[in-house]
Design a protein around this ligand. Structure first.
Ligand code: MAN
Ligand code: CA
Length: 272
């Protein structure tokens, strides 16, 4: 592309050549030479704005929006009307026996009135169905609750649940703590219960006193209820009453040793 000054210069050169050429011709022969095209004009100025166009055609509906978040719960509704009278309840337990009356001579009374008609099977059936589903719901809640307790710091064997407070204390304090909680100091009645107690102790790496002592009769180990023990897991050469040893501790092996009740051991209680 030729720049504007170069283009002007070449046009001037050609024009000069043509003039000198025409002047070197014989003056008698006169002729007309057509001029070159002029330069491009400048760009025009911006015009004024045009008129506003007509409104466009309405577009298609857009796709459906996303689902909104749930609203706040509504207010509690008004109290419903009273239901119909329910079926007769189950009879209560027999009352306690009355005191012996004075001897007397009386006439035999008249026969009593005929009793009310008992509930038929048909009227009991919906009640039983409702009770069954409520019992099933309680069983599910109980299982969940038991799992929660065991998960935290417990173990179980059969229906027995062993739970530790995670605290160490002497035998009397442990006994008091378990009793206040509605249980007893952990008392293994068989190898599996012994295992369940050991499981908690190993987790804490602190070992417990068991609910067994010979405080009542030296040399006879008993449960808290006074019964002599029916299952034991003594370590070799135990119990040896080394000094004064009336309580029973569990070793990390699960074996038992008689030990001073004032020692500090892990509190583990049993329930059920
Ligand atoms: C210590 C105490 C006793 C136990 C012996 C076993 O002396 O724990 O209770 O019998 O060790 O060697
Ligand atoms: Ca001992």
């Amino acid at each position: 592309m030729m720049t504007r000054p170069t283009k002007v210069a070449s046009i001037l050169t050609v024009t000069a050549m043509l003039i000198s050429l025409s002047s070197s011709e014989t003056p008698a022969a006169c002729s007309v030479i057509q001029g070159l095209p002029g330069l491009n004009g400048r760009d025009g100025r911006d015009g004024t704005n045009g008129l506003k166009g007509d409104p466009g055609v309405r577009g298609e509906p857009g796709p459906q929006g996303e689902r909104g978040s749930p609203g706040q719960p509504g207010k509690v509704g008004p109290k419903g009307n009273s239901g119909e009278k329910g079926n007769a309840g189950v009879g209560g337990l027999p009352g306690s026996k009355g005191q012996k009356g004075d001897n007397g001579v009386g006439l035999q009374g008249l026969p009593g009135q005929k009793g009310d008609k008992g509930n038929s099977d048909a009227s009991l059936s919906p009640k039983i169905t409702s009770l069954e589903s409520r019992v099933a719901a309680i069983e599910r809640m109980f299982t969940t609750f038991k799992n929660a307790v065991l998960f935290a710091r417990g173990s179980s064997s059969g229906n027995k649940v062993f739970v530790t407070s995670g605290k160490t204390m002497n035998y009397m304090e442990s006994n008091e703590m378990c009793t206040k909680a509605g249980g007893r100091v952990a008392t293994p009645l068989n190898a599996d219960e012994n295992r369940a107690i050991l499981q908690i102790a190993q987790y804490y790496n602190i070992f417990p006193f068991l609910g067994i002592t010979d405080l009542q009769t030296e040399g006879t180990f008993r449960y808290e209820n006074g019964e002599s023990i029916k299952y034991s897991n003594w370590n070799l050469r135990e119990p040896n009453q080394d000094g004064e040893e009336d309580c029973v501790e569990m070793y990390s092996s699960g074996k038992w040793n008689d030990k001073k009740c004032q020692e500090q051991r892990l509190n583990i209680c049993e329930f059920f």
